[in-house]
Write a protein that binds this ligand. Structure first.
Ligand SMILES: [Zn+2]
Length: 272
């Protein structure tokens, strides 16, 4: 009887926690509020900034900021225009370039995007930066962090009483929520390590990244070549970005296949 009660509470939570991902409308299990995930992201970001060295490269810092702002403006006006501004909940975009030779970039679920100077060897012009930034924004706007934490919560609670796990998740943070976030976004001695997303999330972030690029007027057709170049570099196996974003042939093929569909998001007829 007790088991049945737990199961029905569990089913209720799952049924009440479904959402759909921005742009792709894929069904998602999201048991956390945007505010709750965002608050945890704010804490991690503050921790990260304590040890990170902000880049002194004014020119590239400005390029990162201006591409980021252009992408955010395009995404915001699109989502607001179609009445889907809810997807912007919990997002407070910010773009930082840090002095670090790693070929890396990451985005926290609150929209804080960090690029490491090392990635500028590849993303060395606004269009290439838009590829990296678009991908990272794709993870955030599709709430991949929340989804990953929710999936983990579900797995970890399979043998426990569901109510314990979910009791405070919508409105507060219990210890388990904090732990799940730490597992998903493993900040620590190894600065800025975000555990790899699933393939499904990577592919979805690629697609959404292309849509945002198109909305902002960037050339999406440079994207496959950009990843190929990065992957083809002799030192690429040591790139942190590629260890969490495997740019294999299949991923690049999927990007190529999405280009025509993504081109529908251009507002400027010149690109169509
Ligand atoms: Zn990614």
């Amino acid at each position: 009887m007790k088991k049945l009660a737990v199961l029905s509470i569990f089913a209720m939570i799952v049924l009440n926690s479904c959402g759909t991902a921005a742009f792709t409308c894929r069904q998602q299990l999201l048991v956390y509020s945007d505010e709750s995930v965002s608050a945890l992201s704010d804490e991690s970001y503050a921790e990260f900034l304590k040890t990170a060295v902000i880049s002194g490269d004014k020119q590239h810092t400005e390029m990162v900021r201006s591409v980021g702002e252009k992408m955010v403006a395009a995404l915001t006006s699109y989502l607001v225009g179609i009445g889907q501004q809810d997807y912007l909940g919990g997002l407070d975009w910010e773009f930082r370039l840090v002095k670090d030779p790693s070929v890396n970039a990451f985005c926290l679920p609150n929209g804080k995007i960090v690029l490491f100077e090392g990635i500028l060897q590849f993303a060395n012009n606004p269009n290439h930066l838009a590829i990296v930034i678009g991908h990272e924004m794709g993870h955030a706007v599709a709430r991949h962090g929340n989804e990953r934490m929710s999936q983990q919560a579900l797995l970890q609670s399979a043998g426990q009483i569901a109510t314990q796990v979910f009791s405070q998740t919508k409105y507060g943070q219990n210890t388990q929520t904090v732990e799940l976030f730490a597992q998903a976004f493993a900040f620590g001695s190894n600065v800025g390590v975000v555990l790899p997303f699933s393939r499904k999330h990577e592919y979805e972030a690629d697609r959404i990244g292309l849509y945002i690029m198109a909305l902002a007027g960037y050339d999406i057709y440079q994207t496959p070549l950009f990843w190929e170049k990065m992957m083809g570099d002799q030192k690429s196996s040591s790139f942190d970005f590629l260890s969490t974003h495997p740019s294999d042939v299949k991923r690049i093929a999927a990007i190529s296949e999405s280009l025509d569909e993504a081109a529908k998001y251009y507002r400027d007829p010149e690109f169509k």
